[in-house]
Ligand binder design. Structure first.
Ligand code: NI
Length: 162
């Protein structure tokens, strides 16, 4: 089982490299990411979160499940929605469970990328799934949801991390 990296680990702050080879290793990696995500009861997981600095993520959110390799995010509806958001890589020191805070995200997005066989995929999402896609693509650029919080809220969250 792949270990989930926690805030403070430099890999979470490193912009990930594009995936170049759609080979068996990639397919195995995607399976391992699903395994790690489900074990941690997450709804999304990006490569850097298991120490793999590659541009891909998996998700199982709002009844939709899948993976996207080399995702490119487009905002379709820029209206800001404030809702509770957390991250497996930002756990509470005491609980080991994700810490949640109201985080502003665009209401609607599209993600274009590739599947595990290198076939193009394009997904449209609103609400929670749109939030998930924005959160996971952020991970690929070394950004964590806490970076998007108001200063005081961020401080409160960071005080509780390991
Ligand atoms: Ni996360």
């Amino acid at each position: 089982m792949r270990e989930i990296r926690v805030i403070g680990d430099p890999v979470l702050r490193t912009p990930a490299e594009p995936v170049a080879d759609f080979d068996r290793d990639l397919r195995r990696l995607i399976d391992e990411m699903f395994e790690a995500m489900y074990a941690a009861e997450g709804v999304g997981l990006a490569g850097p979160q298991i120490g793999i600095s590659r541009r891909l993520f998996v998700y199982d959110c709002s009844g939709r499940k899948g993976h996207v390799v080399n995702p490119v995010l487009t905002v379709d509806d820029a209206a800001e929605i404030l809702d509770e958001e957390g991250c497996l890589s930002v756990p509470g020191r005491q609980t080991g469970r994700p810490l949640y805070a109201p985080t502003a995200r665009a209401a609607g997005v599209s993600v274009a990328g590739f599947d595990r066989l290198g076939r193009p995929v394009r997904l449209k999402a609103r609400g929670l799934l749109a939030r998930c896609f924005q959160h996971e693509t952020d991970h690929l650029d070394g950004t964590l949801y806490v970076d998007r919080l108001a200063k005081e809220t961020r401080r409160k969250i960071l005080l509780q991390t390991p």
